[in-house]
Design a protein around this ligand. Structure first.
Ligand code: PHE
Ligand code: ZN
Ligand code: ZN
Ligand code: ZN
Ligand code: CA
Length: 295
């Protein structure tokens, strides 16, 4: 699998920050900075050869948008989706939450194009609107999938906050192997977890599970039985001393002290965490997307 260029991911984050600055300081649902963000990402994907659709919906009296990008080819009955929410809160530019996931999956998609990847699976990338209002964009997408199309989606990978400044390395606990918190995800989620785990094992970075607690856009997918997975580097939760021992950083401090604040800028990103997670995304897309299914 390719090494995703960190500099390119960071260049997308700079663009998102500029978009916020030019639009009242945020990229929130119903604000002009959101649509400008979606148009920026769309422009990159269109130029690379993706087929893009801007799906609109209404929430709370404002128009929201999901950006859906399909890479031509692959088995249309065997779809791997990769998604991130593109909206911020109104308080700030939302660079770690969730410019980080948005930029990391964008650069992975652009790498697919640069390599003219011909995957076995059909690859579909998604940037969700109005996550911060309660997963509204991803819920709208899943609600409006025809049953036959829903059945073709064999997995969904979610990336929300993958560059937290005081980072942890969390992978959604698909099989509830730690026996705590929410139950397991739909059958198949454990395999997605394992693939992401394999990447971090290969670079010698320890990980921990994080529960499907319903706080990000995998929620509507697991609710209809679609296997899900993904990574997360922590939000407002406090890093424990055990976690600081595992990963470095500062015990007793939040994974992201600027969570949902105006200081969630390009300065609020841990380059190492962002780089590792971008490479993990690419590893998962290449590994899962190009695997020949059993006969
Ligand atoms: N979805 C939350 C937000 O955008 C953050 C979060 C991501 C929390 C993943 C838990 C797990 O604010
Ligand atoms: Zn890298
Ligand atoms: Zn948020
Ligand atoms: Zn988020
Ligand atoms: Ca668990």
């Amino acid at each position: 699998a390719p090494d995703i260029p960190l500099a390119n991911v960071k260049a997308h984050l700079s663009q998102l920050q500029s978009i916020a600055a030019a639009n009242g300081g945020n990229r929130a649902h119903g604000r002009p900075g959101y649509l400008a963000s979606a148009n920026y990402v769309r422009g990159q994907l269109d130029a690379a050869g993706f087929s893009t659709v801007l799906q609109s919906f209404t929430y709370n009296g404002a128009t929201g948008y999901n950006l859906i990008a399909d890479w031509p080819g692959g088995d249309p009955n065997d779809i791997l989706m990769v998604g991130a929410h593109l909206d911020s809160v109104t308080a700030g530019p939302g660079i770690n939450d969730n410019g980080s996931g948005s930029a990391a999956i964008l650069e992975t998609a652009l790498e697919v194009a640069r390599q003219s990847l011909q995957p076995v699976k059909h690859l579909r990338f998604a940037w969700w609107g109005a996550e911060e209002q309660g997963l509204r964009g991803s819920q709208f997408y899943v609600n409006n999938l025809p049953a036959a199309e829903r059945a073709r989606i064999k997995g969904y990978l979610n990336f929300d906050m993958v560059g937290s400044p005081n980072a942890g390395y969390f992978i959604y606990d698909g099989d509830n192997s730690d026996g705590t918190g929410s139950g397991p995800g739909p059958a198949g989620s454990a395999a997605l977890e394992r693939t992401l785990q394999d990447y971090f094992t290969s670079i010698g970075v320890p990980t921990r599970g994080t529960d499907f607690d319903g706080r990000s856009d995998y929620g509507p997918f697991i609710a209809v039985g679609i296997p899900a997975g993904g990574t997360f580097t922590g939000a407002e939760g406090t890093k424990s001393s055990a976690q600081a021992g595992l990963w470095g950083g500062t015990a007793g401090q939040a994974f992201d002290v600027c969570y949902h604040r105006s200081c969630d800028t390009t300065a609020n990103v841990n380059d190492t965490a962002l780089d590792r997670n971008a490479d993990a995304i690419a590893y998962a897309v290449w590994t899962i997307g190009t695997a020949v299914p059993p006969a």
